[in-house]
Design a protein around this ligand. Structure first.
Ligand SMILES: [Zn+2]
Length: 499
C-alpha cells in the first residue's frame, strides 16, 4: 500500500471527517457493545527514550494495545503503512503561555490556534501556566484558565499555577491545586512589582511541596538587581531592543539559579529551573546535581540556536527576540547542547509566548522595557531539535525522544499515560518522516503571529501523521482535529523529580 494512506478494512464504524476515532472525546467508549476502533500502524520504527526497534502498533480506541512485529492487519478497521517512518511518542511542551495577559496586551495565540500549531509540529500535550492574581485565590486562576482552554484546546493540556501571593490561604490553596491535578507551581525571582516574590515566599512554597509532592518551577533571574541596571540604561537614553539583553547579565541568572537550588535544598524539595539560557546558570545546576541535589532544568530552542546578535538587527527587528532570560553570547550555545547530552538539562520546552511584531512588539519602539516579553515556537520544537540535535550528531534519537516527551511526562506527573509508546499508554503517536525537508517560515506556519524566530531555517525531519488518543489530527500537513477535543490533564504529584 502507498505510504501515508489510511485504508479501511470494510468494517463499519462511526467516523467523522475529523479523523479516525470519530471526533470528540468520549466517543470511543464502547456503547451497546460496539467494539472499539482498531488501528494498526505497520512497518514503522518505534523510538522510545530507551530503544529503537521495528514493530507494528495496534491502537484500540484511545489507547495503545500492543507493540510487536507482525500484528495482523486483518482484524483492524484501519491500517497505516509507516515503512521508512519513525514512530515517536507525541511531544510534550511543558512551558507555554497561550492567551496570556502581559504588559497591557495578550499573547497572540489562544488555546485553539496555539494547540493546533503545536499538533502540526508533533506536540500532543502542553502544560500551560495559570496566573494567580495578587490577593486572589488560586482557584480563581485555575477556573479562568480552564475556561480559556475549554472548547478550544485541540490537544490535551495541563496547567501549572504561577504563585504571586502566599498570604491568607495560600498554602491550603497549593494543596487544593494539587488535588485538581496542578502538580507544579511556578514562582518568579524576576519582574519586581509584577510577578516577583521574595525568598520567604519561595521557601514557604518549597516547604509545602515537600509535604504535598508538587514541583516548584523557578524563573531564576535576580529581578531587583536587573531593575537597577535597566533604570540606569534608560536614564542614559539606551532604549533599543538590544539593551533588553545587555541589562540582564548571565551572572544575574546564575545567582538566582544558585539561590533557588539552595532554598530547595534547605526545604528538602526538588526544584526545576525553567528556560535556562546560559553557561553560568548551567554550571550552578551541574554543581548541584554532582552533589546529588534534586535540581532539574529545561532550556528552549531559542537558547540552543540563536544568540544576542539577533537583538542587534537593524530597525526595530531585534524586538522579535525580546524575551526573558534574553539571548546570550554565542559561546553559550554549545555548552547548552552539552548540558542536554550530559543530562544536566533534562527538557526542551518552548516558552511559547507570541506577540505580533506590528501591533504588539512595537509598543516598545521607544523603550525596550515596554516590548512585550516573549517569542513564538510551539510548532517548531521537534523539527529544530531533530535537525540540529539528532541530524547534527549532538544527541541520539532516543535522547531526542526523552528530551521532548519522556522526561517532561515523568517530571510533570503524566507518565506513562503520556511520554512513551507502550501498551496501556495513550495513543499519542507521531509518524515522523526523518527525511522530510521543511523550511520554517511565518508565511507557512500555523501560529497566529506575524514572524518566526527561525525564519528561513531548513530542517530535515517532520511530522507526517499525528495521532492524539488514537484520533488522526494531522495528516500530511493538514489539520483534522476539532477545537475542544483536547482534555484537561490531571497530573500526579511526586512525579519524576521526586524519584
Ligand atoms: Zn515562560
Amino acid at each position: 500500500m502507498s505510504s501515508g494512506k489510511l485504508h479501511h478494512n470494510g468494517r463499519s464504524f462511526a467516523e467523522s471527517s475529523s479523523g479516525i476515532v470519530g471526533g470528540t472525546r468520549g466517543k470511543t467508549i464502547p456503547l451497546d457493545g460496539m467494539p472499539l476502533m482498531r488501528l494498526v500502524i505497520k512497518n514503522g520504527t518505534v523510538v522510545t527514550a530507551e530503544k529503537t526497534f521495528g514493530a507494528d502498533v495496534l491502537v484500540e480506541g484511545e489507547t495503545i494495545k500492543e507493540i510487536r512485529p507482525g500484528i495482523a492487519a486483518g482484524s483492524a478497521d484501519k491500517v497505516l503503512d509507516a515503512a521508512g517512518m519513525l514512530l515517536l511518542p507525541g511531544g510534550i511542551d511543558a512551558h507555554t503561555h497561550l492567551d496570556m495577559p502581559f504588559g497591557g496586551t495578550t499573547s497572540s495565540d489562544d488555546f485553539e490556534t496555539g494547540t493546533r500549531a503545536a499538533a502540526m509540529g508533533g506536540t500532543t500535550s502542553i502544560v500551560d501556566f495559570a496566573i494567580q492574581g495578587r490577593g486572589t485565590r488560586m482557584r480563581d486562576a485555575f477556573d479562568t484558565w480552564r475556561k480559556k482552554a475549554e472548547g478550544k484546546a485541540c490537544i490535551d493540556y495541563g496547567l501549572h499555577m504561577i504563585i504571586t501571593d502566599l498570604g491568607g490561604a495560600g498554602l491550603e490553596d497549593m494543596d487544593e491545586m494539587v488535588r485538581e491535578g496542578v502538580a507544579s507551581f511556578k514562582l518568579f525571582m524576576a519582574y519586581p512589582n509584577v510577578l516577583m516574590v521574595d525568598d520567604a515566599t519561595i521557601f514557604r512554597a518549597l516547604k509545602q511541596t515537600a509535604k504535598n509532592g508538587a514541583l516548584v518551577c523557578m524563573h531564576a533571574e535576580n529581578g531587583s538587581v536587573i531593575d537597577v541596571i535597566v533604570q540606569q540604561a534608560l536614564a542614559e537614553g539606551k532604549t533599543a531592543p538590544v539593551y533588553h539583553a545587555l541589562t540582564r547579565p548571565t551572572v544575574a541568572e546564575a545567582e538566582a539559579v544558585h539561590r533557588a537550588i539552595a532554598l530547595a535544598e534547605i526545604a528538602g524539595a526538588p526544584v526545576y529551573i525553567v528556560h535556562l539560557s546560559s553557561e553560568d546558570a548551567l554550571n550552578q545546576v551541574r554543581e548541584a546535581r554532582d552533589r546529588g541535589v534534586a535540581a532539574f532544568a529545561e532550556t528552549c530552542p531559542q537558547y540552543l540556536l540563536l544568540s544576542i546578535d539577533e537583538l542587534k538587527r537593524p530597525g526595530f527587528e531585534g524586538a522579535k527576540y525580546v524575551f526573558t532570560p534574553p539571548l546570550r553570547e554565542k559561546e553559550n550555545l554549545p555548552k547548552l547542547w552539552d548540558g542536554l547530552k550530559d543530562d544536566n538539562l533534562q527538557v526542551v520546552s518552548t516558552d511559547h509566548c507570541p506577540f505580533c511584531f506590528e501591533d504588539q512588539k512595537k509598543l516598545g519602539i521607544n523603550d525596550f522595557t515596554k516590548i512585550p516579553n516573549g517569542g513564538p515556537g510551539i510548532e517548531n520544537r521537534l523539527q529544530l531539535l531533530h535537525h540540529h540535535g539528532v541530524n547534527a550528531g549532538k544527541i541520539t534519537l532516543n535522547r531526542f525522544v526523552e528530551i521532548v516527551s519522556t522526561a517532561p511526562a515523568r517530571i510533570f506527573g503524566i507518565y506513562p499515560k503520556k511520554g512513551t509508546l507502550a501498551p496501556g499508554s495513550d495513543a499519542d503517536i507521531v509518524v515522523w518522516d526523518p527525511r522530510a525537508e521543511h523550511v520554517i517560515s511565518a508565511k507557512t506556519h500555523h501560529m497566529r503571529v506575524d514572524y518566526s524566530m527561525f525564519e528561513g531555517f531548513k530542517v530535515v525531519g517532520n511530522a507526517r501523521e499525528v495521532f492524539s488518543r488514537g484520533e488522526l489530527i494531522v495528516d500530511n500537513g493538514k489539520f483534522l482535529g476539532k477545537p475542544g477535543r483536547g482534555s484537561y490533564l490531571k497530573r500526579a504529584a511526586r512525579g519524576g523529580a521526586w524519584a
